[in-house]
Design a protein around this ligand. Structure first.
Ligand SMILES: [Mn+2]
Length: 320
């Protein structure tokens, strides 16, 4: 097992956002970036994935096996996302029924979603692969993490190897504090989110919402914090936060000024750049009445050092 904080590849990189089982979008993006099927690039560029390879989309096993192959050939690196962490923790959600095959209510929308299910035999091999993903990749000019860069969360993890062991140890520590201080369940939930380094890096800090709001069909009392607005340091690239909203969706988290993908040719000037353009919502777009086949969501890559955006499809329909 490698350590949870690892050295990022040197050289020119293409960093790819949350794929969420959208294998066709990934294949299309790799082709547009100029990679062959073995992940080789004529200019010897290499790939980095920000995690959340799985769940929601049609073929999580295909995405994981492709990324695993690229990592084994040293053409790619990948950090752990919260959706992979759920698999490691055995945390069964409607979104990961393809992995655990747990019973779902037939009225659950995930029950009807067309998805490739993993076999019993493949499940353990996938867990071994995911368990060895780092939480952080870094070099002097660039940082990659799934949801949030936090020095105070990262420093104690340097040298550590087992994300689940660290996650569970911090859960126990926080439970003791919660009991000792007599915290209410809603405050305890926030402390678990913000003070567990494994949770903070993979799903980001939260705060109590002024008003409860609905997001992805769930009523939420906590909102996500746009930590990147106060970040300073080398360029940090992360995913996790939806950058494109579908029609009628409301950003209860108030995270981004614009819900449109950046135009091609406009360089990214952020110090901390979110590269998740919501391809994980394509299953919702596909099921909308009158769906034309043109998606508003994108799978994005940020090319570095060029700071250029590349998307799996042209951005024109979302920009009109
Ligand atoms: Mn995520």
């Amino acid at each position: 097992m490698g350590t949870l904080v690892r050295a990022l590849f040197a050289g020119s990189l293409d960093i790819i956002g949350d794929v969420h089982g959208e294998i066709d979008a990934l294949l299309s993006l790799l082709q547009r970036l100029g990679y062959d099927e073995d992940g080789c690039h004529p200019e010897n560029r290499r790939l980095v994935f920000v995690g959340d390879l799985v769940d929601r989309g049609p073929d999580s096993p295909a995405v994981v096996s492709l990324v695993k192959r690229l990592i084994e050939r040293e053409r790619a690196q990948c950090v752990l996302g919260n959706h992979e962490l759920n698999l490691l923790l055995g945390s069964r959600k409607p979104d990961n029924v393809w992995f655990f095959h747990h019973p779902l209510s037939p009225s659950d929308p995930a029950f009807l979603r067309p998805q490739a299910w993993i076999s019993e035999r493949e499940r353990y091999a996938m867990l071994d692969f995911i368990a060895d993903l780092p939480l952080v990749l870094e070099r002097s000019d660039l940082r990659v993490v799934h949801a949030c860069w936090s020095d105070s969360a990262i420093d104690p993890l340097r040298g550590a190897k087992d994300a689940v062991a660290w996650h569970d140890a911090h859960c126990e520590r926080i439970d003791v504090e919660v009991r000792r201080c007599g915290l209410s369940p809603s405050v305890a939930k926030l402390v678990h989110q913000n003070d567990n380094p494994v949770k903070r890096l993979t799903s980001g800090p939260e705060t109590k919402a002024d008003q409860p709001f609905v997001s992805m069909g769930k009523l939420r009392h906590e909102r996500r914090v746009a930590w990147w607005r106060t970040y300073s340091g080398p360029l940090c690239v992360f995913g996790h936060y939806w950058r494109i909203l579908l029609p009628h969706e409301v950003d209860g988290d108030l995270l981004f000024a614009s819900d449109r993908p950046p135009s091609l040719g406009i360089p990214c000037e952020d110090e901390a750049a979110c590269i998740d353009f919501s391809v994980g919502k394509r299953y919702i777009e596909r099921s909308a009445p009158g769906f034309s086949g043109a998606f508003q969501t994108r799978l994005a890559a940020l090319r570095l050092p060029e700071r250029e955006w590349i998307f799996d499809t042209e951005t024109s329909d979302a920009e009109e």
